[in-house]
Design a protein around this ligand. Structure first.
Ligand SMILES: NC(=O)c1ccc[n+]([C@@H]2O[C@H](COP(=O)([O-])OP(=O)(O)OC[C@H]3O[C@@H](n4cnc5c(N)ncnc54)[C@H](OP(=O)(O)O)[C@@H]3O)[C@@H](O)[C@H]2O)c1
Length: 323
């Protein structure tokens, strides 16, 4: 088999780490894209030792920073001539955080990390991905987007650059959910934009997975206790890592693009109605997603922001021109 290349963001912890281990054990060339080298080098070494696969590399990437993404992509392209799979797994959600935070580019930190960063990374690597016979991108999403079944729920488009940070109450969960909804919308939009290059872009709806010790240690005390209690019943990250692997490698999903896939590996469809009993089923089930994600206005707004914030000319022609 020709060696295949997979790049995973946030591969030093939780599901990303389990996914790096899975791909390495299956003989893939793995590139771990992580921001903290000190904690990531031992993880890289551990994966190499346990899988006996020496093709596990580590590259520095802060996905919340456009400069870091550009630097990363430059190094990536000078080091590798092949890329088959990108997994946008890294995310920002600090359970104890009370403060609205801005990224280096002055964008709300959850949005910078969870939506605009993955967009720019995928966009800048699209030319390399397009050379693969079966290029696939997977975005890590969450059940938190179900909050958008509430017709009143909207992305705070007017507060993504700190405009109202001193006057509007801030909820990290709302911003996290909003940013993941933006990622879902981007999944649909990018699947369409990069289709002519053969790149398949999907999102996975992660429900609940045991949090890593490192992630729990970043929390404030109350959240720490809660996380340990929830961890008693939450499944291990390896279970979701197996889903990542299946969606990115199996024949079942070879032709899927622009899909939202749940933790049972079933494709989720947009809700037909968001009223009455159907709405209760929407909220408690795992087979529908809010129609908000398909609203053309929302899609246009996110797409326009991607272009203006990153200063990238992102029409598909440019991607072709890079080939
Ligand atoms: N666990 C769950 O129950 C659950 C539920 C729904 C969705 N998800 C989603 O699943 C994915 C993985 O979650 P997890 O629980 O495995 O998370 P985790 O263990 O907390 O790992 C998050 C990873 O993202 C990295 N990261 C955060 N900000 C970054 C940045 N600016 N640049 C580069 N890397 C960054 C972290 O790096 P550091 O170690 O340097 O901080 C870490 O490696 C996330 O997208 C999350 O939203 C998880």
């Amino acid at each position: 088999m020709t060696e295949k290349y997979v790049m995973i963001t946030g591969a030093n912890s939780g599901i990303g780490r389990a996914a790096a281990l899975k791909f390495a054990s299956e003989g893939y060339h793995v590139i771990m894209a992580c921001r903290n080298m000190k904690i990531s080098v031992p993880v890289q070494n551990e994966i190499i030792a346990s899988t006996k696969n020496s093709h596990v590399d580590l590259l520095e990437l802060d996905i919340s920073s456009f400069d870091s993404i550009r630097r990363f992509c430059k190094i990536f392209k000078s080091s590798y001539s092949r890329l088959d799979i990108v997994i946008n797994n890294a995310a920002y959600l600090n359970h104890g955080e009370k403060e609205y935070k801005l990224s280096a580019d002055q964008i709300e930190l959850s949005f910078a990390t969870n939506a605009f960063g993955p967009f720019l990374l995928t966009h800048l690597l699209a030319d390399l991905l397009a050379k693969s016979p079966d290029p696939r991108v997977l975005n890590a999403c969450t059940t938190n987007v179900k909050n958008f079944f509430d017709p009143k729920r909207k992305i705070e488009f007017d507060n993504l650059r700190g405009e109202l940070k001193d006057v509007r109450p801030y909820s990290k969960y709302k911003m996290y959910g909003d940013s993941k909804m933006a990622l879902l919308i981007l999944t649909f939009k990018m699947a369409e934009q990069y289709k002519h290059l053969g790149i398949k872009i999907n999102a996975i709806q992660i429900n609940r997975v045991k949090l890593s010790k490192e992630t729990i240690n970043k929390m404030r005390s109350f959240w720490k206790v809660l996380a340990w209690v929830q961890n008693l019943t939450n499944p291990l990250p390896v279970y979701m890592a197996d889903n990542y692997f299946h969606i990115c490698t199996s024949d079942e999903f070879k032709n899927s693009t622009g899909q939202f896939i749940n933790h049972h590996k079933n494709i989720i469809t947009p809700s037909i109605t968001e009223k009455g009993v159907a709405q209760v089923k929407n909220i408690f089930g795992f087979s529908t997603y809010p129609r908000y994600a398909l609203d053309p206005q929302n899609m246009e707004q996110i797409w326009t922001l991607c272009k203006s914030l990153t200063n990238e000319k992102i029409d598909a022609n440019r991607v072709q021109a890079l080939l």
